[in-house]
Ligand binder design. Structure first.
Ligand code: SF4
Ligand code: SF4
Length: 70
């Protein structure tokens, strides 16, 4: 099973991960982090669709995303 972890405090809200994910698993949240950005979040129900392609964490300039196989 693949787990997607997006560090809410590292994220600067650039949306790159949202754009590149081929499965549309990541969206921008409504809440703000402590730096005042809307961080990216995964759609919990879609996490199982992740194919671990790596595009999201490769694109993230803040190194805020981890994909782990459990
Ligand atoms: S690893 Fe690929 S499929 Fe999974 S969340 Fe990231 S971009 Fe989407
Ligand atoms: S690519 Fe990184 S910094 Fe940009 S929205 Fe996604 S998690 Fe946040």
């Amino acid at each position: 099973m693949i787990k997607i972890n997006i560090d809410q405090e590292r994220c600067k809200g650039c949306r790159l991960c949202v754009i590149v994910c081929p499965k549309d698993i990541i969206i921008m949240s409504e809440h703000l982090n402590s730096a005042g950005y809307h961080p990216a979040i995964k759609i919990e129900e879609k996490e199982k669709d992740c194919i671990a392609c790596g595009k999201c964490y490769q694109m993230c300039p803040e190194v805020a995303i981890e994909i782990n196989k459990e």
